[in-house]
Design a binder for this molecule. Structure first.
Ligand code: GDD
Ligand code: MG
Length: 370
């Protein structure tokens, strides 16, 4: 079975985490997000996959190559300029000759894709769309169906007053190839604003498949952190690197943990991490490879990418720290702070309230004070 994954967006809302890498490559529990998606597709025998890429394409291609290392056959449909979600599918038309799946490339879900395909076939649909309930539908595409599942309306990012359903487009579709004729070639086209409303208008068989499976879009930092939380708490199922060494504690090889350090799971340690004297790591927390945690430092509900160095008596809570960031003694980082790669923060600073530091930022000692 074929699928196309849309991974061409710039991931602007996830910046600064996506300044240096595209959203599908951001690590989720120490493995690129896209690998988690491929795990779920493989589980449902979807192993012939086209990646529709545009932003930083080489970062994706140089990691995944032809997919053989990941148990799938990968090909690439590259856009010179972004063609939108529909334009990207149209761009891959020569490879799409049978019923195929389309995935937004930022969705983590354990939705039963085989069951969705059976639903599509039973209803003799030309298009089926997975629907998931959310509390605030205004950030998504809202979908209204009748009791049979027929899509009656598709409204992308509606205003609060016009929301009529809390079931939204989950970013997972099954399409028949003949629908590609409805997408104009070589122009920017969004299925959400073009193809889908058109299917409704023309009465083409278009069905919504409702699901209560785990679902999240990692497009904003809070949800990126929430996915880690949910995986580590067992609410979302994912495979990640590391061996279980105790209840709710996993680690890769080469870690050195000081005997006085406390690790309170769920915690995942990447390879070669060093945890200093009297440090305290409490979960759900993930440390990437090569992180060094200084004496007396505490890390709580946080995600550290690779080679993050924390000095002595640092506090990091509910925040994300990018590759090679380095934090001076007694600094406090909390409340959804997002530090991108190569940031250097001096000692005795306080970073909180969703502060975002771009790659290579430097903050001197005691400049953002307590
Ligand atoms: N190849 C390619 N080219 N991919 C693109 C392009 C493009 O021009 N534009 C966006 N994408 C990819 C993004 O990389 C992402 O994986 C996916 O399409 C969706 O784009 P987002 O920018 O993340 O859209 P959204 O989250 O605001 O809304 C979409 O997803 C929601 C579910 O999370 C819509 O499909 C909504 O209707 C939906 O509810
Ligand atoms: Mg999204």
């Amino acid at each position: 079975m074929k699928a196309i994954i849309l991974v061409g967006g710039e991931g602007l809302r996830l910046r600064p985490l996506t300044c240096n890498i595209p959203k599908p490559m951001v690590p989720v529990v120490n493995k690129p997000f896209l690998e988690h998606m491929l795990d779920n597709l493989r589980r449902h025998h979807i192993d012939d996959i086209i990646l529709a890429i545009c932003y930083l394409p080489e970062r994706i291609q140089s990691h995944l190559h032809n997919g053989s290392g990941f148990g799938v056959n990968l090909t690439y449909a590259v856009e010179e300029t972004p063609l939108g979600t529909g334009g990207a599918v149209k761009n891959a038309e020569p490879s799409l000759d049978d019923t195929f799946f389309v995935f937004n490339g930022d969705i983590f879900s354990d939705l039963n894709l085989s069951e969705m395909l059976a639903f599509h076939r039973e209803h003799k649909a030309k298009a089926s769309i997975a629907l998931t309930p959310v509390e605030d539908p205004t950030a998504y595409g809202v979908v209204e169906t009748d009791s049979d599942g027929n899509v009656k309306a598709f409204i992308e990012k509606p205003s609060r007053e016009t929301v009529t359903s809390n079931f939204i487009n989950a970013g997972i579709y099954i399409l028949e190839p003949e629908l590609l004729e409805l997408i104009p070639p070589n122009v920017h086209h969004m299925v959400e604003r073009g193809l889908f409303p058109q299917l409704v208008q023309q009465g083409i068989p278009f069905y919504g498949y409702r699901s209560n499976a785990y679902w999240i879009d990692i497009g904003v930092p809070d949800d990126y952190l929430k996915l880690h939380h949910d995986i580590l708490m067992g609410k979302a199922i994912a495979r990640f690197p590391g061996k279980s060494i105790a209840d709710d504690i996993w680690r890769e090889d080469g870690c050195e943990i000081h005997p006085s350090a406390k690790i309170i799971g769920p915690v995942v340690l990447g390879r070669d991490c060093i945890i200093g004297k009297d440090a305290r790591i409490s979960g759900p927390t993930v440390l990437g490879a090569g992180c060094a945690i200084g004496p007396g430092t505490s890390v709580d509900e946080a995600v550290l990418w690779q080679n993050v160095k924390l000095g002595a008596d640092v506090t990091v809570r509910n925040s994300v720290l990018g590759n090679n960031s380095s934090i001076g003694d007694s600094t406090w980082i909390s409340d959804g702070a997002i530090l991108s790669d190569d940031t250097v923060v001096g000692s005795s600073n306080k970073l909180e309230h969703g502060i975002r530091l771009w790659p290579g930022s430097t903050i001197q000692d005691s400049s953002i004070s307590f």
